[in-house]
Design a protein around this ligand. Sequence first.
Ligand SMILES: Cc1cc2nc3c(=O)[nH]c(=O)nc-3n(C[C@H](O)[C@H](O)[C@H](O)COP(=O)(O)OP(=O)(O)OC[C@H]3O[C@@H](n4cnc5c(N)ncnc54)[C@H](O)[C@@H]3O)c2cc1C
Length: 392
Amino acid sequence: MANKKQFDIIIAGAGAAGLSLLWRILNSSVLRDQKILLIDQSFEPANDKTWCFWEDLSLPNEGVIHHSWEKLLVKIAGEDYSENLNEYVYKCIRSENFTHHILQQAEKSEQVTFLEAGIKDFISDGQFGFVQTTKGEFKSRKIFQSALKPSGFDNLEVDISLIQHFLGWEININKNLFDPNLAIFMDFEVPQSDGTSFIYLLPFSQNKALVEYTIFSENLLEKDRYREQVRNYLETRYNLHKDDFSIEREEFGAIPMEDRKYPAKYCDFVWNIGTIGGFAKPSTGYAFSRIQKRSLEIMNALESQNPIPERRASSYRFRVYDIMMLYLLSHERDNALRAFECLFQKNSFDQVLKFLSEESNPALELSIFSKMPYMPFFRSMYKMKHRIFTGV
Ligand SMILES: Cc1cc2nc3c(=O)[nH]c(=O)nc-3n(C[C@H](O)[C@H](O)[C@H](O)COP(=O)(O)OP(=O)(O)OC[C@H]3O[C@@H](n4cnc5c(N)ncnc54)[C@H](O)[C@@H]3O)c2cc1C
């Protein structure tokens, strides 16, 4: 490359989205000659996130899957719904392993230049996109960024802006209590005063689990409030007191759940990917599998030298379903809980997961909605009609 500040591809942000795309490019025989600049504030793999999904995804290495479960449990309205999965497996990846694996491959590749720097902004002069960092400016015609909100983002039309926020502890306990084959997907039997709240519990062995207190609401809580709820849950459900467990690590997350139309691009030549690109599903917060699908789509476009498709993360049909559920979560919390109850009571878990991952067909969706309390959903459609009829 003639100019050492010019690259074929720049990936700004080396989290789930940036590294998934990098991995795709590094494994493409067609893109072998592409020089890539990878930028992040830190390349130290952090054990700060567990990414779960149930779809069949191509992964850098099957070994990155830390644990998987074939049985899920949902507790709601005094009932336990637990079921073996037949079509899916619920899988979990630790961010540290995923990052380590891909960075290791990148370090061995002559294609990748690493830049540990703060990303400040992106601009375009009409010929190139530029990333401005604390260590200088770099240019490319293909920049993929997952670090910064595009300018004007906060002024985009948004009717419902919730957050899925959670804090969890990975704990070791002094007895064998957990079932490592059964993940607690949602346990709503917790106080509902902070927002629509549930416990998510991933057992890794009989005496080790990640336990998270999760809320769908407008505002974050004081960290101690989440901790208190996790502690209460361990005590009331498992009779585990302070001295019965040790905390190996704490995980905190806040994922947007909103009807904002996320812009595909930051500016000319700069595409938004990952959460900032709108790839977290508004009604669930799940993003990892959507990020994988988007990475594949971008790689296919790069390989065929076609324009990067500017598609939204979900098709119109699913955007409407998401907006209806967001409306209930925001305005009719009791009905949102009732909808969750009907979902798990009246459908198989495989069907629910298929629907949530947007792999369902209209017949299944009709069947799911026909078993729901329909008035709240009609009301949500009516209340959100100005979004629904303008494309959401
Ligand atoms: C704790 C947690 C658990 C989650 N669990 C799940 C799950 O189980 N399943 C699921 O589907 N989704 C999950 N999500 C949602 C989503 O999958 C993750 O948030 C995912 O990490 C999003 O990927 P990303 O690349 O957009 O962001 P990130 O992974 O956060 O990556 C962004 C990168 O940009 C870098 N960066 C940011 N700003 C700058 C800057 N100014 N300068 C330089 N570098 C910068 C950061 O260091 C980071 O490496 C979870 C989210 C969190 C927070």
